[in-house]
Design a protein around this ligand. Sequence first.
Ligand SMILES: Nc1nc2c(c(=O)[nH]1)N[C@H]1C(S)=C(S)[C@@H](COP(=O)(O)OP(=O)(O)OC[C@H]3O[C@@H](n4cnc5c(=O)[nH]c(N)nc54)[C@H](O)[C@@H]3O)O[C@H]1N2
Ligand SMILES: Nc1nc2c(c(=O)[nH]1)N[C@H]1C(S)=C(S)[C@@H](COP(=O)(O)OP(=O)(O)OC[C@H]3O[C@@H](n4cnc5c(=O)[nH]c(N)nc54)[C@H](O)[C@@H]3O)O[C@H]1N2
Ligand SMILES: [Mo]
Length: 798
Amino acid sequence: MSENLLEKISSQTMKRRTFLKWTGAVAAPAVLGGATVANKLVPSPAAAEGTAESVKVVPTCGTLNCGGKCLIKAHVKDGTITRLSTDDDPRDKNADSLKFPQIRACVRGRGYRRHVYHPDRIKTPLRRTGKRGEGKFKEISWEEAIKEIASESTRIKEKYGPASRYGIYATGQTGQIGSGDTLIQRLLACDGGFLGRYSNYSSGQHGAATPYTFGVGSASSSLDTLVDSKLIVLNGFNPAETIFGHFNVYLRLAKKAGAKIYIIDPRNTDTAVGLADDWFPIKPTTDNALIAGMAHVMFSENLQDQAFLDQYCIGHDEEHMPEGVPAGESYKSYIMGVTDGVEKTPEWAAKVTGLPAHKIKQLAREVASTKPMAWIQGNGINRHMNGEQLSRGGSLVAALTGNIGVKGGWAGPGAAGIAKYVAFPSIENPTGLSIPCFRFTDAIADGENMGTAEGVKGLEEGQTLPSNIKMIFNIAGNALINQHSDINKTIELISDESQVEFIVTTDLYMTPSAKYSDIILPTCTFFEQSDFVPPWSYGQHIIMSQKVIEPLFDSKTEYEWMTELARELGVEQQFTEGRTQDDWVKWIINETRKEQPDFPTYEQLKKTGIHKYDFEPVIAFEAQIKDLKNNPFETSSGKIELFSKDLWDMDNPEEIPAIPKHVLLEEGAEATTKGKYPLQLIGWHSKRRTHSSYDTSDWMEEVEGNIMWMNPIDADERDIKEGDLVKVFNDRGALKMPVKVTSRILPGVMAIPQGGWFTPDKDGIDTRGSINVLTTHKATALGHCNPQHTNLAQAEKA
Ligand SMILES: Nc1nc2c(c(=O)[nH]1)N[C@H]1C(S)=C(S)[C@@H](COP(=O)(O)OP(=O)(O)OC[C@H]3O[C@@H](n4cnc5c(=O)[nH]c(N)nc54)[C@H](O)[C@@H]3O)O[C@H]1N2
Ligand SMILES: Nc1nc2c(c(=O)[nH]1)N[C@H]1C(S)=C(S)[C@@H](COP(=O)(O)OP(=O)(O)OC[C@H]3O[C@@H](n4cnc5c(=O)[nH]c(N)nc54)[C@H](O)[C@@H]3O)O[C@H]1N2
Ligand SMILES: [Mo]
């Protein structure tokens, strides 16, 4: 049967019974993809789900980077997955368990079969034949591929030094051992070293900012404590769609227990629609102006928790400032106009944020008077050019209202880590060098001039990197092109074969990043290998992801092909320590059991898949608030630093202010009136994709189309109607996509769901709504992070 015919059959099957029906009790026979290549894949067209005896149910776990890491039960018949179900833990049969909530798969988790059995999966190793990026490849054997990667890697190491080799940010697979991203770093560490990286695209600004407030990177309580909150404010956070470590479960429980939930977001999100009591539509990047307006109300009406501030904080007023700072620089001085002559009244804040002054006053009074109150910073405020400031702003609200160290309050971004296990061991990178992950394009173009000022770690002041990046391993990621900013500029850089000399990608699909690679290797989904999968740092469970089916086509797991590469490079023993991937899963479990004797065994996990930890509530900084003298904060002052002397000393007050104030940005809200781009453009993480993953899934397209949002006022001005194709553009690029005209978004703001695959037409205009054609390479000042929600653009009918 030809592949075309197979595709036809599969799409007809899809039409007959839509995916949404498929997720019900009766599963359809899967006749999807790849029959020509591997018999082992293709079920007979007649394969129905079968009798109870013939169907095996195998628990496993989704390892994509959505933070959920949910229990997925694969129903397998004759080696084929025919249906997926999920957690039905009886301890949570009434959906009210605080400790053991069902870790249920969302619509994407339920739709994984289309991700696995898809005709577009890459089936054999490929080598580029045309110019880089032209999209011409020929099939090669694994043996050839491994030999070529080994010889190029060695050549480049010898010519430019080991720190010219880079494993790019890649989150397509996040299990402990299956994560190719972790494995390639381990392998390169065995082979002389590489250029490492730190930070991430998710919460880099939070991570950079939080230590300046609290002295440590984590300021988190456990999710169950939210049930004690009376008021929860979600600031740039959309967990109904992003799940986010099952935050959504606890918000629902908190609401049931009587908490009010408010949403501050330019969009009336699914979270707002489903859970919120009120929506505060704010112009992107202006949250600190809202907070300033609220602080003005608090200081004017004496609503702030002065006793808390005086005891635990510095920087809130002139009486509590660090040494060596001139008068008039405290937060209160800024609010009352002493610092810059502008009083930050609610009316001032209204002009900046777009929120009515009476709503700002209402929010200030409620936030100050309702205790306990949890102000939670999402990653939506993080991914801005002033993300570090916005992140500190949320913690400032918590301090002003005395909601730190109390149950039901909240101190900073994220949530407390509960899952504890012995991790897959890493091997130290011999070069000791690392860059902020967002600056890899800078390190390709001009790494030799990057030093500590550009965020490089492992160098002395005055030193620079020994080489530009010359080789890239892109292992289960799409940030080489699609998920990084300014796609057109990145493509110019990556297309130049004299800059990066060799690029290896592994993926399931021919993504935009794969297209710009020299060797592409077909790898496996989590169904095709075993792994140990913790959720994001604050999850409360782990899952043993079991191998459910054999690797499809000619694919290999990352562990398997890297073991072969390690052998070729002469470092196999060091790389594997004599263990298979499954041996490592057992190793982690056994080592963990040495520390936690009641942790389940490998055999037990084979049956249940999941382990949920019993735990006591964690309250961030409880010890400090109970007894500051014996438990000072780990800041220079020993207190919560609302004014940071360390930031002040950086002497860059426009970009890195010492207090979380509102700053003007080149592409911020105020700049809309200044140039040719009058609309703010943000992205969001939509339910139909995990980043760019599932963009090819027609089942997910049934869930939600790839559609941008625009307010009717902006649409009318441009004669744009619901469903029209709209061209969105700025100096960096242009895209076309259909529009939803809706008052669920603030006028002056457009939103595009991030992750569409860059698909240029003959004029280079993207046709899939790939937002990163419009975003910038410029990194944030403090953390060198990705400001991918801070953009100005124009729109017109296409
Ligand atoms: N404009 C804008 N850009 C953004 C963001 C934004 O909000 N706006 N968000 C940023 C954030 S927070 C993040 S974390 C990054 C994420 O960026 P990436 O880490 O690049 O994530 P994905 O786009 O999901 O890419 C994962 C790749 O892995 C592949 N894959 C999926 N499953 C498997 C598997 O089992 N095995 C293998 N080998 N491959 C697999 C997928 O096909 C996909 O190509 O994007 C960032 N980019
Ligand atoms: N379905 C799905 N789930 C995911 C992912 C996915 O791709 N798909 N990705 C996962 C990953 S890696 C991450 S990092 C998380 C991210 O999850 P979230 O933290 O929820 O991040 P975003 O979706 O980027 O943004 C959240 C909200 O912030 C709003 N926002 C943007 N700018 C501003 C602003 O200036 N002020 C305010 N107040 N709000 C603003 C956006 O409209 C959006 O609704 O989601 C994870 N979960
Ligand atoms: Mo992320």
